[in-house]
Design a protein around this ligand. Sequence first.
Ligand code: HEC
Length: 473
Amino acid sequence: MKQRKKLFRWLDDRTGLVTLIESIAAHPAAPGVKWKYVFGSAVLTAFILQVVTGIGLLTTYVSSTGGAFESLQYITRKAPLGAFLRGMHYWGASMMVILIVTHLLRVFLMGSFKFPRELNWVTGVLLLAATLAMAFCGQIMRWDQNAVFGLVAAAKMAGHVPLIGPWLARFIIGGDVVGSYTLSRIFDMHVFVLPILLVSLIGLHVHLVLRNGVSEPPVPGRGVDPATYRSTYRDMLRRDGVPFWPTVVLRDFVFALCVVLVVLLLAWVVGPARLDNPPDPSLINAQPRPDWYFWWLFALLALLPHALENYFMVLTPLVIGLVLLSVPLVSNRGERHPGRRPLAVAAVVVILSGIAALTVAGWHEDWSPRVHAPPLTANLIGVSSGPVYEGAMVFNKMGCLFCHTIEGHGGKRGPDLTEIADELTRDQLTLRIMNGAYNMPVFGRILSTEQTENLLDFLATRKKSGFAIGKKQ
Ligand code: HEC
């Protein structure tokens, strides 16, 4: 007992840490701070879980284009508890995103970002951005078809942005073509750059939370007045404050434990993200699809007209980020209670419903290629031999059908080609097919002259009813 006291005294003398921790434990917290306030510390728990499981994966993951996919297959199938570890890292990431967003909504709805906590909010928004960047890089590190094509699609679109486009595309890919530079850049981001950023931001955020105190639950009609807020807050703490340790900490701890248990359960029962096929250079089967929390953005891009897609690709995240950052600039005083801030509540409802609707659209993925679309049949084609028939077979074989619909058969990624011969001449058709488009592969070098001619013969029959050969009677 005496020895321990001596050790603590020595430690405290040299570092000051014991006093610091004691003062944090003893500081009074705002009363009425109940379960609504547990999300912030739960994010920290999820982050620590990510660090631990991430280090575990790092021991086996190979960050080269030749080895990444195989090393993940090894982790998933052979390594003891490997699938469980990947599952924890995967679900831990989802959990972290959910918790940060919940925390952000709580802080926003309760007006906790107002004076003097404006910078708590700003560092929090930066933490959200860094976490999403982390999640994006993590998905690319699977280095399966999904990951590589997602990256190529992102870089292609970014490349069309005016002025900075080419630079941006090179930055994303780490050069002119996707290759070893790309993966090593993404790896460095995920393992060094972003974690350092995250840890620094978390340190700053926690420091600000301790310095400014946790906001007291809002009372309708009692707004924030910067001139008097700090002294009122201090008086309130002295009068009614509850001890941080153990009251507040205990609640945080119970919730954090639940978070960890849910992650463990999901990792055990559902397991990690499925590994797609290894990357393959033929773009035809490309079906890029990020993890669920990016679906809404993905769906937004897919639903927009192609001309706007490129701008939105970069503008949407940028605008959302700037709007979030400017929240405390717009209003850092006055009413905090959500009941007195109808505009703020309405904004949350509108934005959340929008994101939910887009997420559902992203899930239905009508707009992504349907690789399992049944081939066009002779009945639909109208003939069962000859160039038109051969052309239809090219249409089946080359995956045109995955993206284009003919009389209701096929995918919806590209325009419906049921009546294409009414819209485009043979020359125009040739141009489109040979040169591709934003989301259409270039077929110039894939198709032989004969295949192209047959394909054009087939497409020439796709006209309004009466003329089309293959119209069902
Ligand atoms: C990965 C999906 C995908 C595949 C595979 C694909 N396309 Fe497309 N295609 C598109 C998209 C998307 C567009 C629209 C491009 C644009 O205008 O921005 C398009 C446009 C076209 C157009 C122009 C249509 C119009 O209304 O302007 C034609 C014709 C066409 N494709 C034919 C084909 C043929 C023939 C094949 C097979 C050899 C094929 N496509 C394979 C996605 C695809």
